[in-house]
Design a protein around this ligand. Sequence first.
Ligand SMILES: Nc1ncnc2c1ncn2[C@@H]1O[C@H](COP(=O)(O)OP(=O)(O)OP(=O)(O)O)[C@@H](O)[C@H]1O
Ligand SMILES: [Mg+2]
Length: 252
Amino acid sequence: MVTVVANQKGGVGKTTTAANIGALVARRGGRVLVVDTDPQFALTRQLGVDARSLGVNLVDVLAGRASATDAIVRGVHGVDVIPAAGELAGVEMSLVGELGRERFLHDALEPLIEEYDEVVIDTPPNLGLLTVNALVCADTVIAPVSAEDEGAVHGILELRVTIAKLAKRLGGEAPLLIAVVTRWSPTRVSSRTVEDQLTAAGLPPVARIRLRSALVAEAAAARVPVATLAPDSCIALAYDDVVELLAGRAAR
Ligand SMILES: Nc1ncnc2c1ncn2[C@@H]1O[C@H](COP(=O)(O)OP(=O)(O)OP(=O)(O)O)[C@@H](O)[C@H]1O
Ligand SMILES: [Mg+2]
């Protein structure tokens, strides 16, 4: 199964979500591949991976110079990683004029998908061609929505339209879109507002990830997912609910 973490809004917790979902599937004994498609390569950095360690990374895969298998850094906190690098921005530009430009990532990952219980893809904060390439691979799309952003629901509706359009244009079933509220706090009015808006839009959040800036920063500094650093924390437990939901989908 392929799970894509996407929201065109920046800084909402996509990378944090991708890292923790990956770590928690691995903790349950699953074989996990995490793919970073963001030219800012925050997930690659967050996991402490050096994108140059193998001499190839996602840039070479999308440019057709290497297979996805050759770009896998194996056994990073229990997960395999295909790292990103800044040159992805240039690769995205060069894909624009190519035939079948939405399917490059799909075609590169396809031979690998059977080897993993879960492939988790992090995306950049826009609906550009890198994000579209990721969405085309998805069985499930997780949209992290910041509980601090009362306008957030509009972005998710736009994402939902994009997903539906892609499925219609390219054929195949649209992936399931689920929302997760991040930076959630029981004492903040905006947290309730964002949840209510998502529910009204038909996307009731499947998990509330609490605002825990010190813990998230500590994990970032240690270059590990929160779920690895603090497996009993409220953040790890909430992300594990999402993993439970993904496991249920996989078992269908
Ligand atoms: N639950 C949380 N509590 C507190 N801080 C958080 C939480 N989740 C994420 N953060 C922090 O919020 C910031 C944005 O998180 P993250 O990088 O995961 O978002 P993103 O959507 O991937 O950003 P971008 O759009 O730039 O890729 C980071 O500084 C991260 O450490
Ligand atoms: Mg990110």
